[in-house]
Write a protein of this length. Structure first.
Lengths: 439, 223
């Protein structure tokens, strides 16, 4: 850490970690509703509310992590103190308040009712304000020195795209097909566009610092990877336009481009491995390294392989709208983004706290717990989804009857989720005790 | 590869994909009004869409295959349920479908129920490129026995079991045809209390005579 203002990142990481923990709590509650059909919380926390909270917490904690990561990265790349730490703190408090208001609102039925974008419109404008404050602060820092590194250029591009795309999800449309057409501009072009840019540049930064390889090489591959991500991902949006009232040619465009989407992610795995192999300095922070390599691999399997498995329309017509999607969703979000943020936290927090080395035991345990049980979660939901596809879609069995046959797999899923929660608890303990326990 | 070649891949990859995507977007927006029979998008349909959103239905149910996976997809619901069934169900879901996994009573006003049904009716007409696909195995079976389609559409399986599939609230109907005559079954459908004064089964007297006949035919064929 070179600049005092980078410490602001820690505040963001604390909020991110707490929201991550809450996300898991609501995940366990939501999952239990599948295992036991009888729901004692039906009148106070029905499935739709607990799911809304579970997925909103996911997005918000990841955004807090990205923001923290950005505030840590940009001063070092721009080689100057942050433009305003005060503004960064105001932004944090404002965003947290909007988040708390949204979630409290859901509990009282105050919702806009589109998945992931359940926030009522007035809160969405608040989120836009937060994004503007953030972009302003970052941009003002970058132009202080005008050191335009590729890493910060890609990061800024990703953040501008992230904020810009959100606007397509703000307005009510009376045509449901139109509404979902634009909804995907937020959801898909975030996770397979803007977020990949943000995550790619943060990962490039971490690898650069951890391994000491040439910046030229890291930045060259960053360009290639995000270039291919956008090339495949933008038209790849078409894999969401197969069945929602959109023209039939999307079956071709969506299939071809989205089938290529795993390629850049595979490049990232190869690139990460090569960078680690060709490291120029001894890697001090082993946990950060584990998470970085694990992230590349799980990103590839969760987003790349699991996505590819049902992206072709011939398969997707059977799997669309089943637990197959839920399996992919859990695996991909964890591998691509949750792990990226955990990497960033393990990388930055020791430096912020001025710790040169720390006891890696708990970090290692939490890493293996989370990864092992996330794989089980993804597999259990996938099997539940396969049962659903065959019974409900192929044999034409009634929806609820099919659910009965899926129960055993919901149980496996839910027990695995407790294993995952144990991993998160270990991370929690490790995160908050960093600097308090001697190596 | 050099840094500037990497940069060229980044720029051209992004530009090419963006241009294709924007062109297809424009073309889609031109074609979608016809594919979604937008001329039938009445103010009532729009109100119904807001009822759907206001109660966050989409985080339990999927629509167009998108949303929560906790409850049935509603894209084509109006193809297998009629207005009357939907109205009764939305008024008191647990009375009409007393399964263990429950939909909460949203206490919708009559107008809201009519609006959301208008919305579902409109959604039912969207050209979804034939999604969801027709089941491979069941199509032949339902075609052979029209009464079975009525049995499914009226949600009888929420309470009754046939061949191990269905609910446990009402009696098992797997061999009902061996126990009861067709006339007895028809009378039971029209007025359940005529046989069992304490029955909680709703009356199906409102069904057209032909449907009742077919349903009774189907049930009495179960032996």
């Amino acid at each position: 850490m070179k600049f005092q203002s980078q410490k602001i990142a820690y505040n963001y990481f604390i909020v991110a970690a707490v929201l991550f923990g809450l996300q898991i709590v609501f995940g366990l509650i939501t999952g239990a509703k599948y295992v036991w059909d009888y729901d004692p919380l039906l009148s106070i926390l029905p499935f739709n509310t607990s799911r809304a909270i579970h997925i909103n917490l996911l997005v918000v904690w990841l955004l807090f992590g990205f923001m923290g990561g950005t505030y840590y990265l940009v001063p070092e790349e721009a080689d100057t103190e942050l433009y305003s730490t005060k503004l960064a703190n105001i932004q944090l408090v404002l965003f947290a308040l909007i988040g708390v208001t949204a979630i409290t609102g859901y509990l009282f039925g105050w919702t806009w009712g589109m998945p992931f974008l359940e926030q009522p419109t007035v809160l969405k404008f608040g989120i836009v304000l937060v994004a503007l404050i953030f972009l302003f602060n970052i941009f003002m820092t970058m132009i202080k020195t005008k050191k335009w590194t590729v890493i910060q250029g890609v990061l800024l591009g990703g953040l501008v795209m992230l904020a810009g795309m959100f606007l397509f999800g703000v307005f009510f449309m009376k045509n449901l097909s139109d509404q979902y057409f634009w909804w995907w501009w937020v959801i898909h072009l975030w996770v397979e566009g803007a977020w990949e840019l943000v995550a790619g540049s943060i990962m490039a930064f971490i690898l650069l610092k951890l391994t000491g390889v040439d910046r030229q090489i890291v930045e060259k591959w960053l360009y290639v990877e995000v270039g291919l991500v956008l090339f495949t991902g933008i038209v790849g949006t078409g894999h969401h336009y197969y069945w929602i009232g959109t023209p039939g040619y999307w079956l071709w465009w969506g299939a071809i481009f989205s089938a290529l989407e795993p390629l850049p992610i595979l490049f990232m795995v190869i690139d990460t491995m090569r960078t680690v192999r060709e490291r120029k300095i001894e890697i001090q922070n082993r946990p950060a390294m584990n998470w970085a390599v694990g992230c590349a691999i799980m990103h590839f399997f969760g987003a790349g392989v699991w996505g590819f498995a049902h992206t072709l329309p011939q398969i997707n017509q059977w799997t669309h709208g089943t637990q197959i999607t839920a399996s992919h969703g859990h695996f991909a979000f964890f591998g691509a983004y949750a792990m990226l943020n955990l990497t960033m936290m393990y990388f930055a927090v020791p430096q912020i706290k001025g710790i040169s080395s720390f006891e890696p035991g708990l970090a290692r345990k939490s890493f293996w717990f989370m990864n092992f049980f996330m794989i089980l979660i993804a597999l259990a939901l996938a099997v539940a989804g396969i049962v659903q596809v065959y019974f409900q879609r192929v044999l034409g069995m009634d929806y609820l009857t099919t659910q009965g046959f899926m129960k055993v797999w919901y149980a496996v899923f839910w027990v695995s989720a407790w294993g995952f929660a144990a991993g998160v608890t270990m991370f929690f303990i490790d995160f908050f005790r960093l600097g308090k326990v001697k190596a | 590869m050099t840094l500037s070649q990497g940069k060229a891949i980044f720029i051209w990859g992004t530009v090419i994909s963006t241009v294709i995507f924007l062109f297809l977007t424009y073309d889609s927006l031109v074609r979608m009004p016809k594919r979604t029979h937008a001329e039938n998008l009445s103010p009532q349909v729009a109100s119904g869409k807001w009822v759907w959103q206001k109660h966050n239905c989409n985080d339990c149910h999927t629509i167009l295959g998108i949303g929560g996976y906790y409850a049935p997809d509603v894209t084509k619901v109006m193809s297998y349920r009629d207005n009357d069934w939907m109205t009764r169900f939305l008024k008191d879901p647990q009375a009409v479908w007393p399964a263990a996994r429950k939909m909460p009573n949203l206490h919708l006003k009559d107008q809201e129920i009519a609006d959301v049904i208008a919305f579902f009716t409109w959604v039912n007409g969207i050209d979804t490129n034939n999604w969801p696909p027709k089941p491979v195995a069941a199509a032949a079976v339902t075609a052979a026995k029209p009464g079975e389609a009525i049995y499914m559409a009226q949600g009888c399986s929420a309470c009754h079991t046939i061949g191990g599939v269905g609910g446990k609230i009402g009696p098992d109907l797997t061999t009902v045809g061996a126990r009861r005559s067709k006339e007895w079954i028809e009378a039971q459908l029209k007025d359940p209390k005529s046989h069992f004064p304490n029955s909680i089964m709703p009356s199906f007297a409102k069904l057209p005579e032909k449907d009742l006949e077919e349903l009774a035919d189907y049930l009495s064929s179960l032996r």
